[in-house]
Design a protein around this ligand. Structure first.
Ligand code: SAM
Length: 180
């Protein structure tokens, strides 16, 4: 019996890891200091809407709601991490202004976002760029940790713990002019 359970659990874990390897961005959580810098550099104001595309365990969503008093939404494709993120939202008592839903970030509607947070990959950023440029209203900010946006000029480049870059882009008429 114990063998059967072990084999089934091992099989599920192997499938889960294999499926994760097909994603454009693997799970790698942002450390606490860096995530505060990300939100600070984005200039998140109380009541603003922060969207984390590929939010993992929801740590940025929770911090945006709890420490910056923002409305925060996370989109995550992995159902296990969605479960964990919603647990953290309950524990942090921010369920009135934070939520994480399972979904594909390439299909997400971000038109209501004031700030979009990305910690993904060069490929994922490239695939998201046109959507962000089209949907976001002028004045919205895109913050990308580690990976720049192709052909866009950042307004600010901050430094994360460990020296990695944090790129901040403000949407406006000229955003993406180079990329188009
Ligand atoms: C590097 S982690 C970043 C997690 C979180 N934003 C953070 O900073 O701690 C990237 C996350 O993107 C998720 N992801 C990858 N492809 C996705 C997709 N198409 N739609 C939604 N989430 C995706 C992964 O499952 C992973 O949790």
């Amino acid at each position: 019996m114990a063998w059967t359970i072990g084999i089934v659990l091992g099989g599920i874990t192997a499938l889960w890891i294999a499926w994760n390897l097909t994603l454009d961005a693997l799970w790698q959580p942002t450390d606490r200091l860096t995530l505060r810098r990300i939100l600070f550099l984005a200039g998140v104001q109380p009541g603003e809407h922060v969207v984390d595309l590929g939010c993992g365990d929801g740590r940025i969503v929770v911090a945006a709601a709890r420490e910056f008093d923002a409305r925060a939404t996370g989109i995550e494709i992995d159902p296990f991490r969605v479960l964990v993120a919603n647990l953290w939202i309950q524990i942090a008592r921010v369920s009135d202004r934070a939520r994480v839903t399972r979904g594909n970030m390439y299909e997400a509607d971000v038109s209501d976002a004031d700030v979009v947070v990305l910690f993904l990959s060069a490929t994922a950023n490239f695939r998201l760029q046109e959507r962000l440029r089209r949907q976001l209203r002028p004045g919205a900010r895109i913050v990308s940790y580690y990976h720049p946006m192709w052909g866009w000029q950042p307004d600010v480049v901050g430094e994360a713990r460990g020296g990695h870059p944090i790129y901040v882009y403000r949407t406006g008429d000229d955003l993406g002019r180079v990329a188009r």
